[in-house]
Design a binder for this molecule. Structure first.
Ligand SMILES: Nc1ncnc2c1ncn2[C@@H]1O[C@H](COP(=O)(O)OP(=O)(O)O)[C@@H](O)[C@H]1O
Ligand SMILES: [Mg+2]
Length: 366
């Protein structure tokens, strides 16, 4: 490739941009590798995603006839150049790949000797996959401008992978939530209504023979109805806090007012914020409060929410025993996903015996 005139070399960027214009998702990855393989005259170009320890799975691939890496195919990284790709910014083996990686059966089977890869990293710099390009003809030496184009498109591919992860995480979080609601309904209100039905049946039967027993049964049924109503109300409140309709300040004072643990509202914006942001803050406070009640043995929860330009800072601290660990439950993890989906960050600080503080930073225009 080095022999190509400059205008053709720089055209890789244009070519990738044109070839992937207007496509998103996996189709974007497919177009990207198809253009890459063709432009670099490579036998194969592919995008793979890391999955588990030392394995990757092909998300998209394009190559010349006979050199095939199926989409969805998993492969082990050990002993392949793909393993080394994660140790470098850009990893290039211009020639002799088969000799250097004798355990790589794919290279051997197809007589491939040139290899180029770039690791894909998420927003925090953690590796999530790589783009690989494999060539038969050597030396395989793409021009600096081509590597630069590859870098730019690797960043886009990484963003695409991350978006897919986030969508999956949201789906999973939503499924978990549905499961929890289903279980709550089943164990709570549904059981009460069954008991209530029985009590009414019995009362009906006793109505003439033993009116006073019937009355007792009816009053028990009435209690069950009241409890079922209260449980449904609690559940509904957790799904969408009605009090939010009148703004965050109102919703948080309602939450604080009904809490068995004192809640100190140090700062709460009085103006209306975007609905998604208000909802997220409410869920944060409500989770911090229920954690403080359930686990912390705290004597109060302090809430400070402040607007700072385009950002909203949320700080929720209890004075309990500390030791909160998001990986042990679902509440904090679910909130983390929710906050990150809105482009914000959530951190948990919970040293033993020093209380627990949740700090979130949210963008006011998600
Ligand atoms: N404020 C807190 N003080 C002490 N421990 C906490 C606190 N919050 C959470 N934890 C601990 O961290 C774990 C994870 O919390 P969370 O993600 O909210 O889980 P869950 O969904 O079980 O409430 C809890 O099981 C609990 O052991
Ligand atoms: Mg919790």
């Amino acid at each position: 490739m080095a022999a190509l005139p400059d205008s053709l070399e720089t055209s890789l960027l244009t070519r990738l941009a044109t070839g992937t214009a207007g496509v998103v998702g996996t189709e974007f990855l497919r177009c990207l590798v198809a253009e890459l393989a063709a432009a670099l005259d490579a036998e194969l170009a592919f995008v793979a995603e890391l999955c588990g320890e030392g394995d990757a799975v092909t998300l998209a691939s394009a190559g010349k006839p006979g050199v095939e890496l199926r989409e969805g195919q998993a492969f082990a990284l050990v002993g392949t150049p793909c393993e080394d790709a994660y140790l470098h910014d850009i990893f290039l083996v211009p020639r002799g790949a088969r000799l250097r990686y004798p355990r790589d059966r794919f290279l051997r089977a197809h007589g491939l000797d040139g290899y180029l890869a770039i690791a894909l990293r998420d927003a925090r710099g953690r590796p999530i996959g790589h783009i690989g390009v494999v060539a038969r003809q050597t030396p395989f030496r793409p021009a600096p401008s081509e590597l630069q184009a590859l870098r730019i498109f690797a960043a886009r591919a990484a963003a695409e992978l991350e978006r897919q992860h986030q969508e999956l995480a949201i789906l999973e979080a939503a499924d978990k939530e549905r499961l929890r609601i289903g279980r709550d309904l089943h164990d709570g209100a549904q059981q009460r209504l069954v008991v209530l039905g029985h009590a009414l049946d019995l009362a009906l039967r006793e109505l003439e023979a033993d009116p006073s027993r019937a009355a007792r049964l009816l009053s028990a049924a009435r209690e069950q109805a009241v409890t079922a109503g209260r449980e449904l109300r609690e559940l509904a409140k957790g799904l969408h806090p009605v009090s939010l309709d009148r703004g965050l300040a109102h919703a948080l004072s309602t939450l604080a007012g009904g809490s068995p643990l004192p809640v100190q509202l140090d700062a709460v914006p009085t103006e209306r914020l975007p609905a998604l942001v208000e909802g997220t803050v409410w869920f944060l406070v409500s989770e911090a409060l229920s954690n403080a009640i359930k686990y912390a043995g705290a004597s109060e929860l302090r809430v400070a929410i402040t607007v700072d330009g385009e950002l909203l800072h949320v700080r929720l601290s209890d004075d309990g025993r500390g030791g909160a660990c998001p990986s042990r439950g679902t509440g904090l993890q679910g909130l983390g996903v929710r906050v990150e989906t809105l482009g914000g960050t959530l951190s948990v600080s919970s040293p033993p015996a020093m209380g627990t503080t949740l700090t979130a930073r949210l963008r006011l225009r998600p």
